[in-house]
Design a protein around this ligand. Structure first.
Ligand SMILES: [Zn+2]
Length: 157
């Protein structure tokens, strides 16, 4: 990717305690542009489209909101909407997004057996925006990482 000054500025806001307590990189030691480039490659390899995935995650979040905090079944997935209030700015400074987190997991897997990042995806309005506008799935170990393999597994059926 061609790193623009606005990207550089955004990358400087990714660490913990700047925009969010945990930041966006988790335990990932790769530079942000490398994370983006590698996830773009993974999307291409898996036949995923950033726009389509973002729209689908958006749709699942809307369905999940109907559960009012309780998990509800949407197709083969369980979708649960959180109730966090407040807004978060995008590191690229191009918008404010609701903090409310949504989790999705296979409906046939007991919650106790679920490992976050392996069997469960957690995302917010900001995660969807980061995916759609910046192709940024966040770093490995970030609770909000949108792992491409997991997206492919959840959204294919
Ligand atoms: Zn943005």
């Amino acid at each position: 990717m061609k790193v623009k000054p606005s990207d550089k500025e955004a990358f400087s806001r990714m660490g913990p305690g700047i925009l969010t307590a945990q930041g966006f990189l988790g335990i990932d030691v790769r530079p942000t542009e490398e994370i983006i480039v590698e996830d773009e490659a993974a999307f291409a390899r898996l036949g995923l489209d950033f726009e389509q995935v973002a729209d689908e995650l958006d749709r699942l979040a809307e369905e999940g909101a109907k559960g009012l905090g309780e998990p509800i079944k949407v197709g083969h997935l369980l979708v649960q909407s959180g109730d966090a209030r407040g807004m978060l700015p995008c590191p690229w400074n191009d918008g404010l997004f609701h903090k409310t987190a949504v989790s999705i997991r296979p409906a046939d897997l007991p919650f106790e057996a679920c490992v976050e990042g392996e069997d469960m995806l957690v995302y917010s309005e900001l995660s969807i925006h980061l995916l759609k506008a910046h192709h940024f799935c966040q770093g490995r170990g970030s609770p909000f990482r949108l792992e491409p393999e997991l997206i492919a597994e959840f959204l294919e059926k």
